[in-house]
Design a protein around this ligand. Structure first.
Ligand SMILES: *Cc1c(COP(=O)(O)O)cnc(C)c1O
Length: 352
């Protein structure tokens, strides 16, 4: 139904992207070895490429972005420390409580503006050393910000946060799951964004469409320590070159095309914003994530069910909020199909 072709327009996440033929071929032919012995040439090549791409000394391949963030926390902090981050951060919402279980840290979650923190907010939250208080030993930022609707930190804001953190000797970890979306949308190189953080994690599996893998990047000494924590949480892999091969294609071929995803997100947002009962400022859509709210008594779950019946998939992220994410496996015309499906559900009519 809906598309007339039987094809599903899956806008739940950019993680649904399937690997390209070139990735599959690279996976089939990659030179392999035992990466726990440091002997997988394809993993070593991907780690070198990744580090260079974000301007860090070294990188570590991990199975998921969650593991990358958690290994970063384990490496930067000690039990009882306090980590400053934004209240809607992925680390707070979607990592199964791992900071409490694995690192044993306190999370100091500050309310941001579409997920973005202001330098003064962070400055005010940093603890002064005192036996009563948990020491602030890490600041985590997220760019682009997932629950913030794909928002991008202005470079000047990141630089101000970095300068403040450096002055106090507190490291910054960047959850850059979608750092290349931020780079492409803002025209700022990923290395300049990452220069505002000591460590950065990015995902190969979002818009870059690789099947598995994220990279934790930072100083060589930090990555050497992180390597032990990756082992500890079970993330040390053997012939991981099979997945690294797809990651190399992702970094070489899939970054520049993210601008297509952003253009499609703008088209989607412009169409959705015209539907009565739907709350969305299309001017705020910066990358590939579109989050809209429903005027009362609208139900996100009911909307998601209704459009699914028309082969359009979206995600309810709150009782009144829906997320749609663009990626390489959807195209411009699909945006109009999705808008029409939402419009029909909300009773706006619109051409079938
Ligand atoms: C997707 C994502 C991650 C990592 O997710 P995994 O599913 O563990 O790979 C981390 N941070 C953000 C902001 C994300 O969107």
């Amino acid at each position: 139904m809906g598309t007339g072709s039987g094809r599903v327009i899956d806008l739940r996440s950019d993680t649904v992207t399937l690997p390209t033929e070139e990735m599959r071929e690279a996976m089939r032919t990659a030179p392999l070895g035992d990466d726990v012995f440091g002997e997988d040439p394809t993993v070593n090549r991907l780690e070198e490429m990744a580090a260079a791409k974000v301007g860090k000394e070294a990188a570590l391949l991990v199975p998921s972005g969650t593991m990358g963030n958690q290994v970063a926390l384990l490496t930067h902090t000690r039990r009882g420390d306090e980590v400053i981050l934004e209240a809607n951060a992925h680390i707070v919402h979607y990592e199964s409580g791992a900071p409490a279980v694995l690192s044993g840290v306190m999370l100091r979650a500050l309310p941001g503006e579409r997920g973005l923190l202001a330098p003064e907010q962070i400055e005010a939250a940093v603890r002064t050393p005192n036996i009563h208080t948990p020491p602030t030993t890490l600041i985590c930022l997220e760019n682009t910000h997932n629950r913030g609707g794909g928002s991008v930190y202005p470079l000047a804001t990141l630089q101000a946060i970095a300068a403040g953190a450096r002055a106090r000797g507190i490291p910054v970890h960047l959850d850059g799951a979608r750092i290349f979306n931020a780079a492409v949308a803002s025209g700022v190189p990923a290395s300049a964004i990452a220069a505002c953080a000591d460590s950065v994690m990015f995902c190969l599996t979002k818009g870059l469409a690789a099947p598995v893998g994220s990279l934790l990047c930072g100083p060589a000494e930090f990555i050497a320590r992180a390597r032990r924590f990756r082992r500890m949480v079970g993330g040390a892999m053997r012939q991981a070159g099979v997945v690294a091969a797809a990651g190399i294609v992702a970094l070489e071929k899939m970054v520049d095309r993210l601008e297509v995803d952003h253009a499609n997100a703008h088209r989607l947002a412009a169409g959705l914003a015209r539907i009565p009962g739907l709350l969305l400022d299309p001017g705020r859509v910066q990358t590939n994530i579109v989050i809209f709210r429903l005027a009362p008594p609208g139900s996100a779950a009911a909307l998601v069910r209704a459009v699914a019946a028309e082969a359009v998939r979206a995600l309810a992220i709150a009782p009144d909020a829906v997320r749609m994410v663009t990626h390489k496996d959807v195209e411009a015309a699909d945006m109009d199909v999705a808008v029409a499906a939402v419009g029909r559900h909300l009773g706006a009519g619109g051409p079938a």
